[in-house]
Structure formats: C-alpha cells, structure tokens
Ligand binder design. Structure first.
Ligand code: FAD
Length: 437
C-alpha cells in the first residue's frame, strides 16, 4: 500500500492529507497538539486559525480571491469548509473559527485513508513525507531541519519590509541608480528634501505599532531592528542608516538629496519592489499612511506589509522545486508557511500542490508544476525563483502572476484580465495535465 507521512495538521497539512487521501494514497498524519501546544494555538483541532478569522478577499478582482476559486475547483478541503462556515464579512471570506476547524478535522480525520497520530515528530521521517509544521514548528524538529538545510537557510523569524507594485510608483519623482554608481543601476531612489524628511520622520515615530507577543520578543535580540525603533533613537540614525543619501546624487540635478529611500527589485519579473531596510512593526493602516509620505510612493499599492513575527521558514529559492519537493531528496516535500508563502489560504494552497505531487510520486505518475498564469502556480514560482539573498515570505498578489503581455491601465480591468486568464488556465490544466479530479 502506498503511504505518505504528513507532519502537521494545520492549514497546509490538512489540505495535503486530503488531496493524498482522495487519490487513494494512505496518509499517516502527525499532529503534536494537544500533547504539545504551540505558543499560538489553543485547541486540538486541525486547521486552527491562530489569529484573524478572515481568509481575506473572496472576489475575483483580488489575487487571493482567484487563489480560492482555483482551490475550489481542485476540491480543497480548506475552502470547502470555509464556504460552509462563512460568516457575513462583506467581500471577504470570514468563518466561524470553531465550526471551521471542527469541520476540517472531521473531514480529514474521518477519511478512510487517513490515520492520525497525535505526537510530536522530532526527526524527519524516512519515506515519502510532507513537512507542514508551520511558523511555530517545534524546537526539536527545527533543529533537525537546520541540520538538513544548513543553518544559513532556515529562519526563525520574519522581519520583512513592505513590498509594493512597481506600476504604482510615480516614476517622475524617483530615479534609478546604485550607490556610487557601482554595478548596474539597480535601485529605485526616492529623494527627500529636509522638509519632506521631517514630515515623514514625525509620522513614523508617532505611528501605532502591533504589540509583540511574549514569544516574539527574541526577534529584537536577533539584531533586526524595526525602522520605527531605529527612528526613535534620533534622526541621525536614519540619515546615517537606511535613508543615507551619500553616493545617491540625483542625476537630474547633480545634487545630493537630504535623505533617500531605496527600493530594491523583489521578483524576477520586476513587477514588485521592496523598501530597503524598512522592516517594521507598524499596524497596516498607519504603515500605509507613512509609506505614502515618501516622494514617488504617494499612490503606492502595498502587496505585502512589513511585519516582524515569529516564523520558521526555509530558503525555498535555494532548496525547493516548484513541485514543493526538496531538491536534495525527491520524496521529501515542504508545505505551508515553512516554504515562505504567507497567509492561511496561501499555506493551504501549497499543501494542495505538495499533496497532489506526493500522491503522483508514490503512484508513479509525473509530477506537475502549476502554470505561472495561475495564482497557485505564481506562488510556487515566486518562492522558488525569488532572490535567495533577500528572500521574504509572500502573500498572493497579481504582481506575481506571469505578465499579461498587454498594458491595461485601468486597475480593475487589469485584475479582471489576470483572473480570467488564471481560471481559463487552471481549467485546462485540470483537464489536460492534471487529470483525476
Ligand atoms: P499551522 O497552521 O501552524 O500548522 C502547523 C501544525 O503543525 C500545527 O498544528 C502544529 O501544532 C503542528 N506541529 C508543529 N511542529 C510539529 C511537530 N514537530 N510534530 C507534529 N506537529 C507539529 N495568516 C493569516 O492569513 N491571517 C492571520 O491573521 C494570521 N495570523 C497569524 C498569527 C500568528 C501568531 C502566526 C504565527 C501566524 C499567523 N498567520 C496568519 C500566518 C499563517 O498563515 C498561519 O500561521 C497558518 O496557520 C500557516 O499554516 P501552516 O499549515 O503552515 O501552519
């Protein structure tokens, strides 16, 4: 009998187990709760939502809405349960968290091909395996993972700077240049006058931040300081730190600005840029207001807010294939937040792909890579092709999709086009490349 181990019955592991079981593969599903809890989970249920009860946008003009629709068509247990337990939330899909987790638990645990084992896994199992132990992977297993990947490729927290859509930058106010013109001109520079800097500075130091959880305090000691904390040490800390203008004279005037904010290309397609050195703990509303005070970013569309939280994840661009397979071991897969996808739905989607591919592996079928025109495929593509030196976890967004090949100015229409193309592509993919649904 074909068997696959799935470690962790969270958003990703539950989905992976479901996909495997539905393909006739036997699953040994390991979950350490309630024997051992994480610092954020409270119950013994599968797919417990540790924070918000929202799975974010449900409409097709939003990338995470498209992601959900693709998953629906692939018989996702997470989306099926969410649809059944939805509570009114406007255009978002929010759920009754207890009903939702209960439903996922019953469906997965009740599946005749699934055996649930309530124990902490402290070693990477032999044989076909999916590791989906999430951002709060237990310490013993983290140690093993560190040995597997090498210390430099496993991270314990996520100190991410905001990422914005290039299309939303006002290119007339900024210029492309590298410091001291070293190497090719790679950065987008947003120059500030003294007055602009002061306004930005005041907003930054007075903006509201997210309180750190007890188990997250170690992040500060890891030497990664949020921009607002740095700012509170004084203006000079910024002017000699991440906003340093030396070597960044504005080519249009030949003058050195008072301060400069640099943006670095974030994905291979060049549609996304991150703000260099701006890891932050600001709440999302204030964060947007502060960012929009930066010249050129007045209308910035933020696809991923800066965050600082506990997060175990691996350097997927170095370590994974777009099948979610570990490069060094064909029958080992990773799924969920561990792989550098960010969010409940994204985690479940990666579990779906890992589950399908692990099933195909043990059934002797060819593995599948989802097309980059789809939301599911765009995430797999991103985590395996991003710059490994600056890898940051990522939410689903249209900036990750394969470019449209035509310029559509109107944002709503552009998004509709991305969505339509994604759903056409996934439909064909299911029919031709990935039969058996
Ligand atoms: P999880 O859902 O955490 O599942 C991992 C499972 O593995 C857990 O059940 C855990 O008990 C188990 N496990 C761990 N180690 C072992 C082991 N050694 N042996 C056996 N089992 C093990 N995303 C959002 O979209 N919205 C939010 O509001 C949100 N808030 C978050 C708040 C916090 C505090 C954190 C840490 C993350 C948050 N996330 C949020 C990010 C992320 O989407 C969720 O954490 C999501 O649950 C990740 O799915 P996962 O399957 O990768 O991990």
């Amino acid at each position: 009998e074909k068997t696959v181990n799935v470690v962790g019955a969270g958003l990703a592991g539950s989905e992976a187990a479901w996909q495997l079981a539905n393909r006739g593969v036997h699953v040994r599903l390991y979950e350490m709760r309630p024997v051992k809890q994480t610092p954020a989970h409270h119950t013994d249920k599968f797919a417990e939502l540790v924070c918000s009860n929202s799975l974010r946008a449900n409409s097709l003009t939003n990338a995470v809405g498209v992601l959900k629709e693709e998953m629906r068509r692939l018989n996702s247990v997470i989306i099926q349960a969410a649809d059944a337990c939805a509570v009114p939330a406007g255009s978002a899909l929010a759920v009754d968290r207890h009903e939702f987790a209960e439903r996922v638990t019953n469906l997965v645990q009740g599946h005749p091909n699934v055996t649930v084992i309530r124990e902490e896994v402290t070693d990477i199992p032999n044989g076909p395996t999916i590791i989906a132990t999430g951002p709060l992977t237990s310490q013993a297993l983290s140690e093993r993972l560190k040995e597997l990947t090498g210390e430099e490729y496993l991270y314990f927290y996520d100190a991410a700077a905001p990422i914005i859509e290039k299309d939303s930058i006002n290119m007339e106010k900024v210029y492309v240049k590298s410091r001291y013109d070293k190497g090719e001109a790679a950065y987008i520079n947003c120059p500030m006058t003294e007055e602009e800097f002061n306004r930005f500075y005041e907003a930054l130091i007075s903006a509201e931040t997210v309180p750190l959880k007890e188990f997250e305090k170690e992040i500060y000691f890891e030497g990664c300081m949020p921009i607002e904390v740095m700012a509170r040490r004084g203006k000079q800390t910024l002017l000699f730190g991440p906003m340093k203008p030396v070597g960044l004279e504005d080519p249009r005037t030949g003058k050195r600005p008072y301060a400069v904010v640099q943006l670095r290309q974030d994905n291979a397609a060049g549609t996304l840029y991150n703000i260099v050195g701006f890891q932050t703990h600001l709440k999302w509303g204030p964060q947007k207001e502060v960012i929009r005070l930066i010249p050129g970013l007045e209308n910035a569309e933020i696809v991923r807010y800066g965050v600082m939280h506990r997060n175990t994840f691996i350097n997927s661009p170095k370590l994974l294939r777009p099948t979610y397979q570990y490069k060094g071991r064909d029958d080992l897969f990773f799924a969920g937040q561990m792989t550098g996808v960010e969010g409940y739905v994204e985690s479940a989607a990666s579990g779906l792909v890992a589950g399908i591919n692990a099933a195909r592996l043990v059934l002797g079928q060819e593995l599948v890579v989802f097309p980059p025109e789809t939301a599911i495929g765009s995430m797999a593509h991103y985590i395996t092709s991003a710059d490994p030196k600056h890898f940051q976890p990522m939410n689903a967004n249209f900036g990750l999709f394969a470019p449209l090949g035509e310029k559509i100015k109107d944002k709503q229409r552009r998004n509709e086009r991305y969505a339509q193309r994604a759903l056409d592509t996934i439909q064909n993919f299911i029919k031709n490349d990935c039969k058996g649904y």
